[in-house]
Ligand binder design. Structure first.
Ligand code: A2P
Length: 273
């Protein structure tokens, strides 16, 4: 099973290519092209990554039918609000050279704006231009507040999640509400790749540390968007469907939690207005 079914019936691939910090357009085009050629169906971008145009070009150059792909983008903080979100979405589609996206997310919980942002996103969803809509970096208090005005429940919450920050409580909270989770920075931004405990687990399965971590996500029902611009690493990061971690191995990885983040904590994130 390489896909998860979202609450509205849409299927989302478990592994997608992350593109945060892929700045160079040529590098971006090549990464997207090589991911799609290695069998990726999902690509994750955002306005603030400034690479939607490169992602669009990579998709075009891959030669794969758009309908086979699952493309995610996000509305950034300074574009939140009703009119602004509609405008930002339109510009994202233009940069991506697409008629629709598969998933559209609110990038960060800007409390005074996300209600109006969501109202625009519901309209975009109802128009068919986003096959699913969701949120990113939202904590339970943000979700509960959003739901006081929302007509449609978010289908995804994309959050920082890796063995050092396993987000158990937030994952359980969302999964109980049938909000699926996507892990960003699933490899801890690369910081976890020399972890001896994961390395040892990998040896038992003839798999790399990155592959073990991504398998741990999948077995927890979590989708992930590992970032790489290296074609070989891109290919190995999706080669995670032919082995299974034991319960004991899963528990060992769970125990690596330290609470250490590589990105900002949404609770104390200062808005870039
Ligand atoms: P690169 O793009 O040169 O491959 P995260 O997704 O957690 O933010 O991690 C991304 C970082 O991990 C990047 O620095 C990326 O570098 C590196 N990376 C991604 N996949 C692998 C892999 N399979 N092996 C080693 N490093 C990797």
């Amino acid at each position: 099973m390489s896909t998860i079914t979202l609450s509205n019936g849409i299927k989302m691939p478990f592994i997608g290519l992350g593109t945060w910090q892929v700045k160079d357009p040529e590098e971006g085009i090549l990464a997207v092209k090589s991911a799609i050629q290695s069998g990726y169906k999902a690509i994750d971008t955002a306005v603030v990554y400034q690479n939607e145009a490169a992602v669009g070009e990579g998709i075009k150059q891959s030669g794969v039918d758009r309908e086979e792909l699952f493309i995610t983008t996000k509305v950034y903080n300074d574009y939140q609000g009703y009119e602004e979100t509609h405008q930002s979405f339109k510009e994202s589609l233009e940069r991506l050279q697409l008629d629709y996206v598969d998933l559209y997310l609110i990038h960060w919980p800007i409390t005074e704006k996300y209600h109006e942002t969501w109202r625009a996103m519901e309209e975009i969803y109802e128009s068919g231009k986003a096959k699913a809509i969701g949120i990113s970096n939202f904590h339970p208090q943000h979700i509960e507040d959003l739901m006081t005005t929302a007509k449609i429940k978010p289908m995804i919450n994309q959050i920082e999640l890796h063995p050092n920050l396993n987000q158990k409580e937030l994952v359980t909270y969302c999964q109980e509400k049938n909000i699926a989770i996507t892990a960003y920075s699933p490899l801890g931004h690369g910081n976890l790749l020399d972890n001896p405990i994961i390395e040892e687990i990998g040896k038992a399965h003839n798999k790399s540390v990155a592959q073990v971590i991504l398998r741990w996500d999948i077995q927890n029902g979590i989708t992930a968007v590992p970032k790489s611009v290296n074609p070989e690493r891109i290919a190995t990061n999706i080669d995670v469907f032919d082995f299974e971690l034991t319960t004991e191995e899963m528990t060992k990885i769970d125990a690596l939690h330290t609470g250490e983040r590589v990105n900002k904590n949404p609770d104390i994130f200062v808005i870039n207005k």
